[in-house]
Design a protein around this ligand. Structure first.
Ligand SMILES: [Ca+2]
Ligand SMILES: [Ca+2]
Length: 213
């Protein structure tokens, strides 16, 4: 399964470190013991949208199958607005304890597309009273043949702070957005694209990203 990271050596290292704990390795049990992780919030979309919302709700629907596994959030383009999904309150609150010690992950797929003019990077945005920041992963170059896992470490160097400060933002996160639409089309309506997101999670990883296994 491909992983989306920025073309940034530091981030590649971070993501590789994060993935060590995600991957099923022969010594996975030993790693899990030395680097425990805890799921703060997760959304598997087994029975519905799990209270996720969107800026364009008419273009978002729950698909009961075709996810990884079971259901997922499906986007079908119908307007020129860029569509994102908005997390429920279970993802809100203080991320201070996750600073350098946690990550956001999800899986994304571009199922079909016509009249493509551009692609946007995988992007996650956090905001709150203390500030706002965005994480950009790699940019897809075609429809994807499977689910692409995106890992956004909560490490300040991997994010662009767009207002306030990183630490003030993490003190109280009141909005988490994930772009579900990455494809820009020539003519809307007319051209369209179908994209999806599954398996979103906010994970605590207290050992951070540089601790030895
Ligand atoms: Ca699912
Ligand atoms: Ca589109």
């Amino acid at each position: 399964m491909p992983f989306a990271t920025r073309a940034n050596p530091g981030l590649r290292a971070l993501s590789a470190a994060a993935l060590l704990c995600l991957a099923t390795l022969p010594n996975g049990a030993a790693q899990a013991a030395s680097c425990p992780q805890k799921t703060i919030a997760s959304s598997l979309f087994k029975t519905g949208l799990d209270k996720w919302k969107s800026n364009t709700p008419a273009e978002i629907a729950w698909a009961s199958s075709g996810g990884n596994p079971d259901g997922y959030v499906q986007f079908t383009d119908a307007t020129s607005a860029g569509t994102y999904i908005d997390a429920p309150t279970t993802y809100h609150g203080s991320y201070a304890a996750l600073n350098g010690a946690g990550y956001i992950t999800y899986q994304h797929q571009i199922f079909s597309e016509t009249g493509v003019t551009a692609y946007s990077p995988y992007e996650v945005r956090l905001s709150g009273p203390g500030g706002a920041a965005k994480f950009d992963g790699t940019t897809p170059t075609s429809a994807t043949s499977g689910w692409v896992t995106v890992v956004a470490p909560l490490v300040s160097g991997d994010w662009t702070v767009t207002s306030g400060t990183w630490s003030a933002l993490l003190a109280n996160v009141t909005d988490l957005q994930i772009d579900i639409e990455l494809v820009t089309n020539q003519t809307i309506p007319g051209d369209t694209d179908i994209e999806g997101i599954d398996n979103i999670a906010l994970i605590s990883k207290p050992c951070g990203f540089f601790s030895p296994p």
